[in-house]
Design a protein around this ligand. Structure first.
Ligand SMILES: C[S@@+](CC[C@H](N)C(=O)[O-])C[C@H]1O[C@@H](n2cnc3c(N)ncnc32)[C@H](O)[C@@H]1O
Length: 340
């Protein structure tokens, strides 16, 4: 447990209680990033997860007045989250089709402002359900929604990359092999007419491009030293982009490559709405830095804080269920033993 003066709370700590009451004790602008996966407005049996007294009571409260009651319940909590978030911070709210439209419009747009909406991420969380399984004619609901809002226009974010791409597809792109047997794709190195730059028209390796090189002489030298320039049979210079240097493709808002937790995975803790660590890893790496404070006010089985800890972030987790806090504590303990 580490202490952070001036924050009104201690970091690397799990707190048992209703997040509304707990958050009210936090100082303004004290956390860098928030991930929340609140219980959904879905069916009754599913939602009571641990089944302890506090959880059942709060669940019944939320259900009493239908969707508008649920939205009011969540909204007052998100107001507190907005207050405790630093101006450079952002929030990722994880939900599903039952309430996502209401949450986006009535909670996030209302509190963070439409202008701070960044993405509606679609995560494919199920690969097996079929629409034909349902009595009613409709398509299977196999995705979750994750809403990304920043507090202001000036926020931390690094676009994630993925290498989860079909190898065959990759080989179609990196379809050339050089004299050392290395796979590469061939890319232009001279400017097209519409982008002509007089100052980049010069002779290099006996070739002078009509509209200029795409880079300076120093950069060309650099490429040449690492064997990244070649000439085609027609005597045209091209650039080699090696498969070995491939860092992955930029991730867009459709996340089809993060699988749900299967039965046999070691991370499974027997919690029905537990999220995969790979999902949280992508989110936390994109929206926070090492040393930042990550808050999960609906911590459940502790996925977000376990990942935050492993990624050298500070963290704070809240849950009103004693069982959830115990399970998260146990998970972190196990992980700490493993990593330290
Ligand atoms: C969907 S689960 C979170 C699952 C988590 N993301 C994971 O991967 O394990 C929601 C959690 O919110 C907790 N919860 C519900 N209402 C709460 C409240 N008012 N304050 C704090 N926690 C609450 C529940 O006890 C439950 O553990």
């Amino acid at each position: 447990m580490a202490s952070n003066d001036g924050l009104n709370f201690t970091v690397n700590r799990l707190i048992l209680g209703d997040n509304l009451e707990i958050l009210k004790t936090f100082a303004d602008e004290s956390v860098d990033f928030i991930y929340l996966d609140p219980p959904f407005f879905s069916n009754r049996n599913y939602e009571v997860i641990w089944g302890d007294a506090g959880e059942i009571r709060s669940f019944q409260d939320r259900w009493a007045g239908g969707i508008s009651h649920y939205i009011e319940w969540l909204k007052e909590r998100v107001i507190e989250m907005h207050r405790v978030l630093k101006s450079t911070g952002s929030i990722f709210l994880h939900c599903d089709w039952h309430a996502d439209a209401y949450i986006r419009v009535f909670i996030l747009d209302a509190i963070f402002g439409e202008k701070n909406f960044r993405n509606h991420i679609i995560w494919k969380r199920n690969f097996t359900k079929k629409g034909s399984q349902f009595k009613m004619s409709r398509l299977a609901q196999n995705t979750d929604s994750i809403f990304f809002y920043s507090k202001t226009n000036n926020y931390y974010f690094i676009t994630p990359k993925t290498k989860n791409i079909n190898e065959e597809e990759l080989f179609k792109i990196y379809n050339k092999i050089d004299e050392n047997g290395k796979k590469f794709k061939s890319e232009p190195i001279e400017l097209p007419r519409m982008m002509a730059r007089k100052n980049l028209v010069f002779e290099y390796k006996g070739y002078t491009p009509e509209f200029g090189w795409m880079m300076t002489k120093e950069k060309l030298d650099e490429l040449d030293r690492s064997n990244k320039i070649f000439f085609t049979k027609n005597g045209k210079p091209r650039r080699k982009n090696f498969l070995d240097d491939y860092e992955g493709n930029e991730v867009d808002n459709q996340w089809l490559d993060i699988l749900p937790i299967g039965q046999n995975q070691s991370e499974i803790i027997g919690y029905p709405t537990q999220k995969p660590e790979a999902l949280l890893e992508r989110i936390i790496k994109a929206a926070s830095n090492e040393g930042d404070i990550v808050l999960d006010p609906f911590v459940g089985g502790g996925t977000a804080i376990a990942v935050a800890d492993r990624l050298n972030r500070l963290w704070i987790g809240i849950d009103q269920s004693p069982m959830a806090v115990k399970v998260s504590e146990f998970r972190l303990q196990k992980q700490t033993d493993l990593f330290h």
